[in-house]
Design a protein around this ligand. Structure first.
Ligand code: NAP
Length: 328
């Protein structure tokens, strides 16, 4: 099978299209013929050797796919060859075939195409579980989403809106803020040239926000601590800016704040049923048109390097997807 292979970890790693043997099917596994694969900022971290889950070269990156079931391993029930599915996989998605654990495989609704499905599991799965199960976001609360036009950010905007929260979106350009607005953001802040704290105060009549969703990190995180309402909750989602923030505990004490670390990958094993129920709610919202996944760019399998470069230079909104086999 063809796959885009990393031979050396590097900040600017270049993948090469190669013919490699298909991965072995093990008990509990599902072989998926990949129609499309989602790109994630975390792929760039894994290729640089800076991601929490390490892979040793040679390997194909790719954490999420959509396609058709080819065969199932021992012990797998409820899935059969030919089924249209999406799946989170640790790595290996930039390839014509991948093995997913059955628990990570979700059937795709008829009305959802493979490209949309390929970008769905990680971003929507993360934002939904983080905002509902961990932050307990409620209707009527105010949610601040940073990097709001990015992969996870845009889904947090949509999910916050769907849950009945008022959503304040931040991003680095007017174009990106317009995307966030089109997906349900009520208020917009350009964090390149506007004062985030002052604008949040103005939008909330001085009270601050109830929940912060932060995939960006750096000094923005401390700013968030300063514009969170008493008893506010802050979700630490990622550090796309490259800087891990330090937390001044005095700010937590004074306002009774809660900082919540969130890593979806760990919940895939420990909370599989809860995540599955979350996907059923999300797919229901998709059918009702309440969430509209945005794919801003697609590339063929051999264009994976270009797609990754787009993420590295902040050039995408929503998701970037590889189209691998459109005949499936
Ligand atoms: N905790 C979890 O379970 C989980 C799950 C998925 C993703 N994540 C993490 O969330 C972060 C975002 O992932 P993603 O796939 O959504 O990425 P993405 O689509 O590339 O979006 C990242 C956003 O961050 C902003 N950003 C700010 N500084 C940046 C910089 N120096 N380089 C790149 N982007 C920068 C960009 O928006 P502006 O240009 O508007 O600033 C961009 O839209 C990553 O750190 C990822 O590892 C965590």
């Amino acid at each position: 099978m063809k796959a885009m292979i990393c031979r050396e970890l590097d900040e600017q790693a270049r993948l090469k299209l190669q013919d490699v043997p298909p991965p072995d099917l093990e008990p509990g596994g599902v072989r998926v013929a990949v129609a499309a694969a989602g790109l994630n900022f975390a792929d760039t971290l894994m290729l640089a050797g800076r991601y929490q889950e390490r892979q040793q070269p040679p390997f194909a990156p790719g954490m999420e796919v959509a396609g058709r079931v080819v065969e199932t391993g021992a012990g797998v029930t409820g899935l059969k060859p030919g089924d249209r599915v999406m799946a989170a996989v640790g790595a290996g998605g930039y390839a014509e075939q991948v093995i997913a654990a059955a628990a990570d495989v979700i059937p795709i609704p008829d009305e959802m195409d493979f490209v949309t499905a390929a970008g769905f599991p990680i971003a929507y799965g993360t934002s939904h579980h983080a905002l509902t199960a961990r932050a307990g976001l409620k209707a009527g609360e105010v949610l601040l989403v940073h990097g709001a036009a990015g992969g996870v950010g845009l889904t947090a905007v949509e999910i916050g809106h769907a849950l009945g929260a008022t959503v304040i979106a931040t991003a680095g350009s007017a174009e990106k803020l317009a995307v966030a607005q089109a997906h349900g953001a009520d208020h917009l802040i350009n964090y390149r040239d506007e004062d985030v704290k002052a604008k949040v105060r103005a939008f909330t009549a001085g009270r601050g926000v109830d929940v912060v969703y932060d995939p960006v990190g750096g000094e923005l995180f401390e700013t968030s601590l300063r514009c969170t309402a008493p008893e506010g909750r802050l979700l630490v989602i990622g550090f796309a800016c490259g800087e891990v923030p330090q937390i001044p505990a005095n700010l937590l004490l004074v306002k009774n704040l809660t900082v919540i670390g969130y890593y979806w990958g760990a919940y895939r094993r420990s909370h599989a049923d809860e995540l599955r129920a979350g996907f059923q709610e999300l797919l229901g919202w998709y059918r009702e048109g309440r969430i509209k996944p945005k794919i801003s760019a697609t590339f063929p399998l051999e264009g994976a390097n270009e797609g990754l470069d787009l993420l590295r230079r902040r050039g995408s909104t929503g998701k970037v997807v590889l189209k691998i086999d459109q005949n499936l």
